[in-house]
Design a protein around this ligand. Structure first.
Ligand code: ADP
Ligand code: MG
Length: 350
C-alpha cells in the first residue's frame, strides 16, 4: 500500500439504492444469452439449446480472506475467477454472475469501487456479464457471495463421475504455488504485527504471490482440449489441493488411482519457496490448495493428443481398486493419499 491520501466517502452518503446505481453505472452486458441484466427483480438468461450450469461461493472476511494483505481489487477478481473455474471444471463456459455483498460501515464507497473494479476486470477478461446481485449491511466485516452461471452443450458436460479403469490422470499448469504465496503473506503479516516498522519482504516472490492473489480459471485448457478433439472422461478444479480433488474424482467415479510424485508439476519458484519454509514441495501441491488448475482423466487412446499439448501433465492412471488412491513417492514407496496427507508424507519422504 502507498501513503497517498485516498478520499473516503461514507456508504451512508449514497444509501442502498444509490450505492447499487453507483456500482452498476458503467456495466454493460455483451453476451447474447443475457436477455435482461441488472435493474429488474431478476436477470433473464436464455441459453437456447444448451444446458445451464450454476455454481455459488460464499466468502467471509477473516475466514476466507484477510484484508491485511489482500487488496480489495484482487479479492474481487479472485472471487469471480474461482467461480468461473467451477463452471470451466464442468467443461462449460461462464456467461453471467450475480454478486451478493454484505458490508459494514467500516468500508467506504472507494473501497467497494476497488472490489468492483476487480470483479469487473474478471468479467471483462472472461467475457462474463455481471447481471445482478444483492446489497446489504453487515455488523462484522465483509461478506461476498458470487453465483456464476454458465452454459455447455449437454454432450460436452464433464462430471466428476466419469473416470474408468486405465484412464490417464492429467493436471494443467503447476501446483503448490498459491499455498506458498499464502504462507509468505502470512509470515510477513506476523512479522509486521511483531514489528510495525518493518517493511514486508516479498521481493523475488512474484510468481507465488500472483498465484495466491490473482488466480486464473483454465478456460484456455478446455478450449485447447476441444480443439484437439479430446473430451475428458471426468474433471474437477483443484481448489483444495491435489490429494483432496483426486479423492473426490475417485469416489464419484467408484475407482482408484495410482499417481507418481515425480510427475506432479511444480514450478521452480514453488520449490525454492517450499525449501525456505522447510516444506516438501509435493506436500504443498497435494495439500495446499487454491491453484485452480484442472484435474481430469482421459481415455488412453487420447495419450498422443495430450502429449502434444503444452502445459498438461500426465501424473498417473485410474485403477479398478475403488477409493484406493496411491502415490508412488520419489523413493519408491506406495503412499495412500488422504485429504490431509501432510504428516504421512513428511515421515515418508524426509
Ligand atoms: P430487490 O429488492 O428486488 O432484491 P434490489 O434493490 O436489491 O432489488 O436490486 C435492484 C437491482 O440491482 C437488481 O437487478 C439486483 O440484481 C441489482 N443489484 C443489487 N445489488 C447488487 C450488487 N451488489 N451487485 C450487482 N447488482 C446488484
Ligand atoms: Mg435485493
Amino acid at each position: 500500500m502507498n501513503d497517498e491520501k485516498i478520499s473516503r466517502t461514507d456508504l451512508s452518503e449514497l444509501g442502498e439504492f444509490g450505492l447499487i446505481d453507483h456500482l452498476l453505472k458503467d456495466i454493460t452486458a455483451t453476451n447474447p444469452s443475457t436477455i435482461k441484466a441488472a435493474g429488474d427483480d431478476a436477470a433473464v438468461i436464455d441459453h437456447k439449446d444448451e444446458e445451464t450450469l450454476v455454481s455459488v461461493d460464499l466468502l467471509v472476511e477473516g475466514v476466507h480472506f484477510d484484508l491485511t494483505y489482500t487488496p480489495l481489487k484482487h479479492l474481487g477478481y479472485k472471487a469471480a475467477v474461482v467461480n468461473f473455474s467451477d463452471i470451466v471444471a464442468m467443461n462449460g463456459t461462464p456467461t453471467q454472475i450475480v454478486v451478493g455483498i454484505a458490508v459494514s460501515n467500516r468500508f467506504s464507497i472507494e473501497a467497494l469501487d476497488e472490489l468492483y473494479a476487480g470483479i469487473k476486470l474478471a468479467c471483462q477478461q472472461y467475457h462474463v456479464d455481471l447481471v445482478g446481485g444483492d446489497t446489504t449491511s453487515s455488523k462484522s466485516g465483509l461478506m461476498l457471495s458470487i453465483t456464476a452461471i454458465g452454459k455447455a452443450k449437454s454432450t460436452d458436460i464433464v462430471y466428476r463421475s466419469g473416470a474408468s479403469e486405465h484412464d490417464l490422470l492429467c493436471v494443467s499448469g503447476d501446483l503448490g504455488a498459491a499455498y506458498m504465496g499464502l504462507l509468505l503473506l502470512e509470515r510477513e503479516k506476523a512479522a509486521f504485527i511483531a514489528n510495525p516498522n518493518m517493511q514486508p519482504d516479498l521481493q523475488g516472490n512474484d510468481y507465488i504471490l500472483e498465484r495466491q492473489l490473482k488466480p486464473e480459471a483454465r478456460i484456455d485448457i478446455i478450449e485447447i482440449l476441444r480443439k484437439n478433439d479430446v473430451k475428458p472422461t471426468s474433471m474437477i478444479d483443484i481448489s483444495d489441493g491435489l490429494a483432496s480433488e483426486i479423492l473426490h474424482l475417485c469416489k464419484e467415479s467408484s475407482v482408484g488411482c495410482r499417481i507418481y510424485e515425480e510427475k506432479i508439476p511444480i514450478d521452480i519458484a514453488t520449490v525454492q519457496a517450499a525449501e525456505a519454509f522447510h516444506i516438501i514441495p509435493s506436500v504443498a501441491a497435494l495439500n495446499g490448495g487454491e491453484d485452480y488448475e484442472l484435474l481430469f482423466t482421459i481415455k488412453q487412446s487420447d495419450f498422443e493428443k495430450i502429449q502434444a499439448i503444452d502445459g498438461i501433465h500426465i501424473i498417473g492412471h485410474i485403477t479398478a481398486e475403488k477409493d484406493e488412491a496411491i502415490m508412488i513417492s520419489n523413493d519408491g514407496q506406495a503412499i495412500t493419499l488422504r485429504a490431509q496427507g501432510w504428516d504421512a508424507l513428511r515421515t515418508n519422504s524426509a
